[in-house]
Design a protein around this ligand. Structure first.
Ligand code: F6R
Length: 609
């Protein structure tokens, strides 16, 4: 996720306006920043790694000349956060500058094709191919307009993009295009703007035109023109007045970042399907070779590890050891060795306990693999191979969208390993891959259809003194995560166990009205889980069940239930089954009068070095 902005002013310099707008977009990305303007037929660019204020201090982002320009604040997906990888990117002739938010899936093939034709690439980004493709379009047909060259280019792109292009060939225009990444145009009588989000231009205008997927927009002093990318058909769309206060706008109308990020999950899950397969394959090779595999992380990321231990076992027949990072050195520090592989999961890539475990493992020559949301974090620097989970910055302290992204990436890794090992049939593999592709829509359905129900459940149980969360098999990880969310956001003491373990002690806590949340995925554990529900019910517990749509057997037993769509493969089930639990934690916090974005005693690690 990155922030993009640009403008054409009737009067004055664009650069300070772009700088101020990028500051308002910093929540979308903050590892590098860049601007490009055009003045007297010349292109001017400033960019560097670092936060906007840091870069401004050394580079002065405000003194680029010209009334037209584009700017970008980056959250790295391809290529480390270095100056050379910061946007804008230019073509070989230095006449075309491009900024981009999204992921170009076929960039390796396109890059190869362009390199074969003599184009020289400077960065490791997927974006740079766009600048060279536009240049190539002009090489083939010099009389093309900038809009048509961009049109030809985007028709070749696979993946997601919101791009903006300026060129000295037509120095008075900005051409933008969108597919599966946000893009919005703002207008007033002094200027025309575009941005990835309305907050970028809200202090300048509240008149916005939403650009839809598959559309190209040409901005000029006269305003904006939209056409369809597929058939060049002109689209007419009037601006709408946006009634948001600036503070609401940053949260896109949501009252808190946590609920915004829960709702973002269909999009972030879509992004996890655009991984660089090469790195997943490489990781699968390391896992395949390893004598022993530790899955090491803290908190929510540890729960992703726990879930993935079931994925690796069930799909790839690989036994792994999930370990809480702060225990790793005590538990395995002496035995870990050159034949060990440590798969480390950390949203921030900077968690001290996780890095301490990694250091201990590296000292003993073990192989470290990393899964993180922050490219450029310490974890990416110390890992033999790393994969970015591509969830964009998570501002809410409670991990939500990053958890489901981690699960999706780990499931893809397990599938690759299974393929390599020949452990699953083609049919099963195809089924899981198909369901993986549908996960974004599955989560979207859950949010749309179950959120209101969860709100009511939160109202009913808001005064509960303690909660139980129980699941079996892979749903144990889901139960642990549901419990952590409720505790950290709503301050309700909560206990989670594999359901089978609950009768070995914890059940003695249960008395009439005691709320017990059961994660009832329809897998091999379902029957036994019903037995566990009966045990709790017999002691007067109030049963709150997360069930598969139409699971009548459990509906009969439950006091309250929420439903998840049918036919979810076992290894993917934590993603949809955790979504109602995230909502439950959020609404419990609201009911109890707490701010879910500011849990006491916790702060997020967002260091980007
Ligand atoms: C829970 C939460 C924490 C983190 C943990 C690990 O909502 O945010 O439990 O999951 O601190 O952080 P990372 O993944 O950055 O290593």
């Amino acid at each position: 996720m990155c922030g993009i902005f640009g403008c054409i002013l009737k009067d004055g310099d664009a650069a300070p306006v772009i700088h101020a707008a990028l500051k308002r977009l910093e929540y979308r990305g903050y590892d590098s920043v860049g601007e490009a303007t055009i003045h007297n037929g010349k292109l001017f660019i400033k960019k560097d790694q670092g936060k906007i204020d840091e870069v401004h201090k050394t580079r002065n982002l405000d003194d680029l000349p010209g009334n037209i320009g584009i700017g970008h604040t980056r959250w790295a997906t391809h290529g480390a956060p270095l100056e050379v990888n910061a946007h804008p990117h230019i073509d070989c002739s230095g006449q075309i500058a491009v900024i981009h938010n999204g992921i170009i899936e076929n960039f390796t093939q396109l890059k190869q094709e362009l390199e074969n034709r003599g184009h020289i690439f400077k960065s490791k980004t997927d974006t740079e191919v766009i600048a060279h493709l536009i240049e190539r379009a002009f090489e083939t047909n010099p009389s093309l307009s900038l809009a048509d060259a961009v049109l030809e280019t985007v028709r070749r792109l696979e993946g997601s993009y919101a791009i903006a292009v300026i060129s000295t060939r037509e120095p008075d225009k900005i051409v933008c295009a969108r597919h599966e990444s946000p893009l919005v145009v703002g207008v007033n009588d002094k200027a025309v703007y575009f941005a990835s989000d309305i907050p970028a231009f809200l202090p300048l205008t509240n008149k916005a035109v939403m650009v839809e997927d598959g559309e190209l927009v040409v901005l000029s002093q006269e305003g904006y023109g939209i056409k369809k990318i597929a058939d060049s058909k002109v689209v007419t769309r009037e601006p709408k007045v946006i009634a948001w206060a600036p503070e609401m706008a940053v949260k896109q109308g949501y009252p808190h970042f946590m609920i915004k990020e829960i709702h973002e999950q269909p999009d972030t899950l879509r992004n996890t399907l655009r991984l660089q397969e090469h790195y997943l394959d490489l990781m699968a090779t390391f896992l395949d070779r390893a004598r022993e595999v530790f899955l090491v992380a803290c908190g929510t990321s540890y729960h992703a590890c726990l879930a993935s231990s079931y994925m690796f076992s069930k799909l790839a027949f690989l036994s792994t050891y999930p370990v809480i990072a702060s225990e790793f050195v005590e538990q395995h520090g002496k035995s870990v060795n050159i034949d060990s592989t440590i798969l480390t999961v950390s949203q921030s890539g900077e968690t001290a306990d996780t890095l301490a475990a990694v250091n201990a493992a590296r000292q003993r020559a073990a192989t470290v693999l990393g899964l993180t949301n922050v490219i450029g974090s310490t974890l990416t620097r110390v890992s033999r191979v790393y994969v970015g989970q591509q969830s964009g910055p998570e501002i809410g302290v409670a991990a939500t969208k990053t958890f489901t992204s981690q699960l999706s990436v780990l499931a893809q890794l397990a599938l690759r390993l299974a393929k390599k090992r020949g452990k699953v049939s083609q049919d099963e593999m195809d089924f899981i891959e198909e369901k993986l592709k549908q996960l974004p829509d599955t989560v979207d359905t859950i949010i749309r259809t179950q959120e209101e129900k969860v709100k009511q459940i939160a109202k009913k149980y808001k005064d509960a003194k303690v909660f139980f969360f129980l699941g079996r098999g892979i749903s144990t990880a889901t139960a642990y995560e549901g419990r952590l969310k409720l505790m950290e956001i709503a301050y309700v003491p909560a206990i989670a166990f594999p359901a089978g373990e609950s009768k070995h002690g914890p059940i003695s806590l249960v008395e009439p009205g005691f709320p017990v949340v059961f994660i009832c995925a329809k897998d091999d554990t379902h029957k036994t889980l019903i037995g566990n529900i009966m045990e709790m019910k017999a002691r007067g517990a109030s049963i709150i069940a997360v069930i598969e749509d139409g699971d009548e057997e459990i509906k009969e037993l439950a006091d309250d239930y929420v439903e998840v769509p049918k036919d979810i493969p076992e290894i993917l089930s934590p993603v949809p089954y955790v979504t109602p639990l995230q909502l439950l934690a959020y609404y419990m916090a609201i009911e109890r009068g707490y701010n879910p974005d500011m849990p006491r005693n916790l702060a997020k690690s967002v260091t980007v070095k």
